[in-house]
Design a binder for this molecule. Structure first.
Ligand code: GLA
Length: 395
């Protein structure tokens, strides 16, 4: 009987934690910081601890950034029992100690591995060691795993990610699972049952519009690839258009605002990728904009849809809870957009809880942090080149 009750409790717990490919993890898009975009392989416990301190001091933690993720290059080999070995020179205190440091600041600890035999930087991958690695991560206090796709050696992506997903579910610790196979096998179609977020494209580059031979993408090209993916996102399972480049120097302030606004609209994970220790004022203003973050973190968990495409000008809407909606006017062009917008002519057919014909909504500008009009009058604004106007309609 005792065994029966214990088993029943264990079963109920696991069902409630891991129900329907999801759980209570990542009910809103994960927020945090990741080492890759700025530091590449140059990771160490000293730098990570500095970053943790900076996240607290700068207000990033209070703004909602939670996961501190060490990307590639923390691992150097395996011991004779197959256990993964962190770089002893760069992480001399070990991963448990680092996890403790991060947790003591109220933050969570993320780490990186790869479904292939090696990572993208030729470090040991997890192929053949998935369950062992998951147990190791749990013993260290890991809360988040980003799992890459280099050296995949012809594996089936869905199956390979499912193996690690199963390993994480059995490791005894709730761990957010970030699928990073670059959208190659349409992970939006199977990712919900396997992890909490999935990359939809090749790696982001720190530019507004640029393309690279090997597949890196700028902000605009990434946005264009998200247009039809809204139907796959929801609480616990998110499209991931890659980490943020805000503050890394390759774009103008307006372009970074566009990047951040559109990631918020697309219910994307907000993983900062800059050096938090030396953020300038505009970077901090962008990354800690509570009004924009509020749109990203809205509990309804809907991804924005593009409902007006006029070539260089686009309008996107993200239904929010409490009968509200966020609207983002995106100026892709190299010139100012003199907006003169008549709300009564809008056709946000998919925003069911907002009726502009029935109600008059106030229009709140999420970058100026003030009301800029009502929906029964025209919205007149100048939107800078490559910039956005992002507003929230509320009663
Ligand atoms: C791939 C991923 C990146 C980063 C690097 C690390 O390119 O897409 O986000 O993790 O590997 O090597």
């Amino acid at each position: 009987m005792k065994y029966f009750i214990t088993t029943l409790i264990a079963l109920l717990t696991s069902v409630s934690i891991w129900s329907q490919g999801g759980d209570s993890l990542a009910l809103t898009p994960p927020m945090g910081w990741n080492s890759w975009n700025k530091f590449g392989c140059n990771v160490s416990e000293t730098m990570i601890k500095d970053m943790v301190d900076a996240m607290v001091e700068s207000g990033m933690r209070d703004a909602g950034y939670e996961y501190v993720v060490i990307d590639d290059c923390w691992q150097v080999g395996r011991d004779s029992l197959g256990n993964i070995i962190p770089d002893p020179e760069r992480f001399p205190s070990g991963m448990s100690a680092l996890a403790d440091y991060i947790h003591a600041q109220g933050l969570k600890f993320g780490i990186y591995s790869c479904a292939g035999s090696k990572t993208c930087q030729d470090r040991p991958g997890s192929r053949g060691y998935q369950f062992q690695d998951a147990r190791t991560y749990a013993s260290w206090g890991v809360d988040y795993l980003k799992y890459d796709w280099c050296y995949d050696e012809g594996q089936d992506a869905h199956a390979a990610y499912k193996t690690m997903s199963d390993a994480l579910k059995e490791c005894g610790r709730p761990i957010v699972f970030s699928i990073c196979e670059w959208g190659e096998s349409e992970p939006w179609k199977w990712g919900k049952e396997v992890g909490h977020l999935w990359r939809t494209t090749a790696d982001i580059r720190d530019c507004y519009q640029c393309t690279f031979d090997w597949g890196g993408l700028g902000v605009l090209d990434i946005i264009d690839k998200q247009v039809d993916l809204w139907k796959y996102a929801g609480p616990g399972h998110w499209n991931d258009p890659d980490m943020l480049e805000v503050g890394n120097g390759g774009m103008t302030v307006d372009e970074y605002k566009t990047h951040f606004s559109m990631w918020a609209m697309m219910a994307a994970p907000l993983m900062a990728g800059n050096d938090i220790r030396e953020m300038d004022a505009s970077t901090k203003e962008i990354l800690t904009n509570n009004d924009v973050i509020g749109v990203n973190q809205d509990v309804k968990g809907e991804q924005a849809r593009k409902f007006m495409d006029m070539g260089e000008y686009e309008i996107w809407a993200k239904p929010l809870s409490n009968g509200e909606v966020a609207v983002c006017f995106l100026n892709r062009s190299n010139f100012e957009w003199n907006l003169d917008y008549d709300w009564s002519k809008q056709t946000m057919y998919f925003v069911k809880d907002v009726s502009i014909r029935k109600n008059v909504y106030k229009v709140y500008d999420l970058w100026e942090h003030k009301e800029v009009g009502k929906t029964n009058e025209k919205l007149k604004k100048t939107i800078p080149p490559h910039g956005v106007l992002m507003v929230r309609l509320h009663l």
